[in-house]
Ligand binder design. Sequence first.
Ligand SMILES: NC(=O)c1ccc[n+]([C@@H]2O[C@H](COP(=O)([O-])OP(=O)(O)OC[C@H]3O[C@@H](n4cnc5c(N)ncnc54)[C@H](OP(=O)(O)O)[C@@H]3O)[C@@H](O)[C@H]2O)c1
Length: 209
Amino acid sequence: MILIVGGTGALGSATTEKLLAQNTAVRVMTRNPIKAQALQALGAEVVQGDLRDRDSLLRACQGVNAIMASAHSIMGRGSEASKYIDEQGHKWLMEAAKTAGVWQFVYVSALGAAPDNPVPFFRIKYKMEQTLRSTGLPFTILRPTAFMESHAYGFIGKSILETGKVQLFGQGENPRNLWRPPMWLTLLCGHCWSRIWLGKCWKLAAQKT
Ligand SMILES: NC(=O)c1ccc[n+]([C@@H]2O[C@H](COP(=O)([O-])OP(=O)(O)OC[C@H]3O[C@@H](n4cnc5c(N)ncnc54)[C@H](OP(=O)(O)O)[C@@H]3O)[C@@H](O)[C@H]2O)c1
């Protein structure tokens, strides 16, 4: 049984669908099980959980062999701020995974994760990579670049199509490296769960910007 935390998200839901199609048992954790109804209909087990609720993480991890941590709260504010979800919540998730004795923890970090990145989110990602390494859990770290669907369409294309305007970060002259999560699915649903991926950190990006 693989637990997908963030299973209702762009990457998590696509991974869940593909794993189910391969007859792999999947448990999806979500704060709101209604969001996971379509995945449940495909055969996923759905569990209610919140990265801010430690006990819910212990429950979600019970009986699972492997975990993919693909939830995040980059834009979260107040009680949903990144420090509660991406940092504290992930520490608790790692502890819960250890208690449950999982044999692989796949952590979805981000390309650019570094202790000196000017963006706090990327510093937290780096910190969580280090925390995971120190837990003793068998781990695989993935550092993807920005997702084409979220960035090219969600942040830019949709706004241009709907309003003719777009808000760009910076001068608008920086080349961006984008990748499509569907391209990773073969990797995420196959090799990634192999023991030869353990203890490694993989950077996932398009060849050219
Ligand atoms: N999108 C990108 O361009 C990009 C680039 C590099 C790395 N990444 C990383 O890739 C992973 C997947 O990103 P994505 O874009 O697929 O995510 P997404 O579509 O934005 O979905 C976010 C997920 O996080 C979950 N979540 C948020 N707050 C939560 C909480 N308090 N407790 C439990 N779950 C919570 C949501 O679940 P519910 O709402 O169902 O609870 C949802 O499934 C993340 O780790 C992200 O940092 C993304």
